[in-house]
Design a protein around this ligand. Sequence first.
Ligand code: HEM
Length: 401
Amino acid sequence: MHPLFTLEGRKAPHPIYKRLRAEEPVVQILEPYRKTPFWLLTRYADCVDMLRDPRFGKDFTKLPPEVKGRLRVADEFDVLGKHMLSADPPDHTRLRSLVAKAFTPQIVEGLRRRISTIAENLVSAAIAHDSSGMDIVSQFSYPLPVTVIAELLGVPASDQDDFRRWTTTLFTPADTEEKLANLRATGFAFLQYFMALIERRRAEARDDLVSALVAAEEGGDRLSTQELVGMLFLLLVAGHETTVNLITNGMLALMDHPEERERLVADPTLLESAIEEMLRYCGPVETTTYRFALEDVEMGGVTIRKDELVLASLLSADRDESRFPDPDRFDVGRKPNKHIAFGYGIHFCLGAPLARLEAAIAVETLLRRLPGMKLAVPREELEPSSMLLLLHAKKRLPIQF
Ligand code: HEM
């Protein structure tokens, strides 16, 4: 098994990436659970070049059956997986433009008060529950973004426990028949849930994103029902697990670097650059999702053959010493900071303005309300949240204050 997939590699991937950038910047490795070979890019320049290159596609229906078969999970995921992040132009352009206007910085700014209220309430509830400490992940980072995205879409907040269970399954490697069955059941649960929600909004529209998308679907051929379900799935999954981990990783980085934390507390104008540095230094999305070569492509001295799969390691690119001076230093005032934690090219994160706003409010609220916070367990006991490469995250972040 490649060291990146071991427990040590999940806990500390940076030394492995450093070696890969120096010695094997474009390397073929095997995903151990589904036995899928893929090329991993670790240098900033290669990642950016690949992500903006139209010779790499995302629409897996174009792949030959044996490659497609290796990536396939179940019928349910064929439906859920039909969204903009698995589409190439012109489908990608059409799907993205249907929701792009809901996520512009101006619209998102309108959510500031509501997000602040949710953040304040979560801290108050945690203190009321136990005035000496909390787990940042389950009591704060997790419920904040899921509540925001659920409200934006029009999903009742009471359903968020189901979502938590389902998304945890999504990020657990299905390496046994039992786990695969669980994954399939989760796909089915998501599908049933979204179909029922769509029917409710079809019967009675509300002022929410699901109703707006149902109207687009009914308005003609711009959005099929399958694409509508895929869109909801993507927004929910992409919009929460990622933000949870930005808040968690960011708070951990501040606790690991007390002098940078003090600097930020003393000068709140650094908040914006601090969030950018958290994205670069400990970004929550370790690698992009798979792309594949639409034709043979030369990259970093090797040939990536048609139909072969490729992943860009954003975490590695953002520590590339040829791009960032002193890359392993956490500097809340770092400028310039052109990290690629939100990806690059046509699939650049649609939710970036929302994620940035949520993280800024979260970090500001936690620093102000819990000034004495410190880790409640030894640093090395913090466990990775998943054994898959996609997310760079911790299962729990217990603190005392
Ligand atoms: C810190 C939080 C977040 C990070 C680090 C992040 C990161 C990313 C990355 C790296 C991609 C590109 C993946 C690839 O190219 O394979 C992406 C795509 C996407 N993200 Fe985010 N994301 C975050 C939060 C959000 C939020 C809050 C939403 C929406 C509610 C969202 C919605 C999306 C969507 C819809 C795409 C697909 C865009 C497309 O295919 O054109 N993300 N995100």
